[in-house]
Design a protein around this ligand. Structure first.
Ligand code: G3H
Ligand code: 13P
Ligand code: ZN
Length: 338
């Protein structure tokens, strides 16, 4: 059964752990996450961006997720829309069967232009009304993340629109979101920091302030790939051309988890793992041409990264802690103001 993200994050808050949210575009990525979840006994959040939905087609994605619920009945599993750009995009995901959506009203529907606070509140509140009536969770975003990834993001550096704690509190009060993505200097993609980040560029103190102001709100860290050197090296060793770069150290994410972060978004690390594994096969055995010869190691490499993050974020071992609540029941609870 697909479950609501609200339930997973409430449980995570109670247990004091974080939950990784991993992006998918195809069957192998879904399989990698599910195998990692089984191995580590973790609840799981699988997320699809607009790009993923158009690449894979909604119905393929949704039915792959249904297959995952049948094959892994012991894993509480959330299907989440990553960076929904409009009320309509969120509605189409809910209609399809997503159990959680992100309304990213920090940007205009073009996914590039930073929006006004009023626009963000208006669009997010509409999504909250529509989603909660159907038991679906809503993540909002206040402040603007750095970077740009396949068309999503303002192309700013990570520090241009760091989240203001007062504005965050106002946003949560006015919208009723279940989870709040904040901007603290991270950005999407591989090129986040030129050296290991210090407090100058990765504003963990700001995150702590926001948590103190909003102790009951589930915080979300986007752009949370750690971009490990080992994964960069494999790509470059096998003919890739990545420039030296630094991601978000796992210990900083763990500090975030101690301070209200419940959802941690990771995509780039998995992309790096997959690409490195495929390059290795191509270079070492150029005579091969059966896609399974490189997709299998790619899937295995992603599974390894996901399992490692699940353990580091603390969700490992928690899959069997609770009975999943059907989203129809969640709708009743929202209606009753619980
Ligand atoms: O938000 C960024 C995620 O890495 C998804 O990226 O929009 O290229 O699918 P995407
Ligand atoms: P990374 O690019 O750091 O993996 O971030 C992914 C993300 O935030 C998806 O919403
Ligand atoms: Zn993101």
């Amino acid at each position: 059964m697909l479950v609501s993200m609200r339930q997973l994050l409430d449980e995570a808050a109670q247990g004091g752990y974080g939950v990784g949210a991993f992006n998918v575009n195809n069957m192998e990525q879904i399989q990698a996450i599910m195998e990692a979840a089984r191995e580590t006994r973790s609840p799981a959040i699988v997320q699809a961006s607009r790009g993923a939905r158009s690449y894979a087609q909604d119905l393929y994605l949704y039915h792959l997720m249904l297959a995952a619920t049948e094959l892994y009945p012991e894993i509480p599993l959330v299907l989440h829309l990553d960076h929904g750009n409009s009320v309509e995009t969120c509605k189409s995901a809910i209609d399809l069967g997503f159990t959680s959506v992100m309304m990213d009203g920090s940007l205009m529907p073009d996914g590039k232009t930073p929006s006004s606070f009023e626009y963000n509140v208006g669009a997010t509140r509409k999504v909250v009304e529509m989603a909660h009536a159907r038991g679906v969770t809503v993540e909002g975003e206040i402040g603007v993340l750095g970077g740009i990834e396949d068309g999503h993001g303002a192309g700013l550096d990570g520090l241009s629109h760091v989240t203001d704690p007062e504005q965050a509190a106002e946003f949560v009060a006015q919208t009723g979101v279940d989870a709040l993505a904040i901007a603290i200097g991270t950005s999407h993609g591989a090129y986040k920091f030129a050296k290991k980040p210090t407090g100058e560029v990765l504003k963990m103190d700001r995150l702590i302030e926001i948590h103190q102001r909003l102790p009951k709100t589930h915080l979300v860290m986007h752009g949370s790939s750690s971009v490990p050197k080992e994964l960069q090296d494999i790509i470059n060793q096998y003919g890739g051309k990545l420039r030296p770069t630094f991601g978000v150290p796992v210990e900083e994410i763990q500090l975030g988890i101690k301070n209200g972060v419940r959802k941690v978004n990771v995509d780039t690390d998995n992309r790096l793992a997959i690409t490195g594994a495929i390059r290795k096969v191509f270079i070492e055995t150029p005579e091969k041409f059966d896609p399974r010869d490189y997709l299998k190691p790619a899937r295995e490499a992603m599974k390894k990264v996901v399992a490692e993050r699940m353990t580091q974020f603390g969700q490992a071992g928690h899959a069997g802690d609770y009975q999943p609540i059907p989203i129809e029941e969640m709708a009743k609870r929202y209606a009753a103001g619980k």
